[in-house]
Design a protein around this ligand. Sequence first.
Ligand SMILES: [Zn+2]
Length: 477
Amino acid sequence: MTGKHLQMVEELNFLLLEGIEVATKEGSTRIYFTLGLLLGDNEALNNASGFMEDPNATIYCRLCKMRKQENQKNCPLRDEFMRTPQQYVTDGFQNQKQTGVKENSIWNLVLVFHVVKNFCQDIAHDLLEGVCKYGMQHILYYLICSSNKILSLDELNAKLKSFNYEKNGFSNRPPLLRYDEINKKKKLHMSESEMHTFILIFPMLVEDIVEGGINIENEIWQYFSVLRQIMDICFAKSLRTELIDILDSLVNQHHNLYLKLFNDPLKLKFHNMKHYSLVIKMSGPLSHLNLLRFESKHRELKAIAISTTSRINPCHTIAVKEQLRLCHCLLGKHGLPPKFELGHGYNLECASLSTHFNITQDALSIDKFSGPWLDVKWVDINGIDYNIGSVVVLDVNPDGFLEFGKILNILANEDQHVLFIYEKLVAQSFNEEIHAYEIVNSNQITFSLAENLLSPFLAIHHYLSDGRDIVSLRHAV
Ligand SMILES: [Zn+2]
C-alpha cells in the first residue's frame, strides 16, 4: 500500500461524499460518484483484491471458497462457501492457503465497496481464451485424429479459407489449423476474437458430417451445442430473465459432458462460469464486462511506446502522451464521436429515390430521408461493417419467427442517416444441429433506417452444400 494508492482511495471517497459541481444549461448541478465494479482479468483482479494470484492455489475464487479438488469434479456451489466481507477480514488472519486471502485489499477502504461484492467475470479470458480452446481441442481431436477420423483436416481448412467473412462482418478470420496442434492436443493458435469467429461458424463448416455422420444424439456434438448456447447468452447485449436461469443448467451440463467425454479435470476458468448467472443478476450482461475492449486500448499505448525513441522512462512518456490526448479531447469538446465511414458511391437525387428503389413517397417524406443521397457499397457504423449482401435482424413477426433482411442497397445522406433496402428473409425453422435458422426468401423488398434494426449486429448467412439458406445469430437477441 503506497501513498499514491491512498490518495486514489481518498479521491474516490471525496467523489462519493462531496461530488463535483457541473455547469449545465439548466444551471449548476452536483454529481456524486460511487465505485461500482473493478474490472480486470483473473490475475489482475486477484492481485488488486488481496487474493492468491497463483491459478493452481487450492482456493483461488474471489467470490467463493470452493476448493480446487471440488471444482475439478464440478461439485455444486454451496451457499455457505460464498465469501462475505466479515469472513474476508477473519480469513486474512488465517493461513492463506486455507482461505485464499493474502492481504486486506486497499479497495475495501473505498466507501460502499468491497472486493468480495465485486461481481465481475471476464468472458474473453474465461471462455474465448480458456474453455472454448480446451473444448475445441478435444472436439477437433475426436473428429480429425481419433480412430473415428470423421473429418479431413484439409477439407476443414478449405472451408475455413472459403468462408465469406467479409459479407458476414468478421474482421478476425481464424487461421488455418495444423495437424500437429490438434494431434498433440496443444492449445489452438488463435486470438480471442479469432476463436469467437471460429465457434460461431464451426457448425456451418462441418454441416455435412453433423447432419450425416455425427447426429444430434452424439454426445460430442451435444457438448458443442451446449457450449454454443452458453456463448449466445454470455455475449448477448441484453437478456431476458429466463435465459439467466437456463445459463446455470447449461453450465452444469457443459461441465458434466466435458468430464465424461474428455476425461480431463475442470480448470479454474470452468469454475468461474458457475458464477456467471449471479454476476449477470448483479452487474448486467457479461458482454458489457468483456475485457477485449480494454485490450484494444493497449494497442494505442503500445503504438506510443514503439514510436518514441527515448528509453529512459517509457511509462512516464506513455502517461504524458495519454494525458495530452485526453486534454485535446476535453478542450476540443469531442469525446467519443460515433464512428461513421462510407464506401465509394454515386449521388442520387431525393426525388428519384422512389422510382429507383420502389419506395413509397410517404417513407421519403420523413425528415431523416432528406437528400442529397449517396448510394454506396458499404458503410461502417460504430465498427459494424454493413456490405451489400450482408444479413441483418429486422424484427420478430406476429408468429414469433425472426425476420431477416439481406441488404440490396445502402443509401446515406449528409446527416449520417443510413437507409438499408432489403430482400426480406423469413426464418422457417431452427436447425438445432447447425445452430441456425433455415430461411426462405419472401420475395418482398423492404427498407428501414439503420437505427431502427432489432439488433445492429450482422447475422451470419451461409449456403449449405445442398443449397439451403441458413442464418445464425452472433448472440441471443
Ligand atoms: Zn467460486
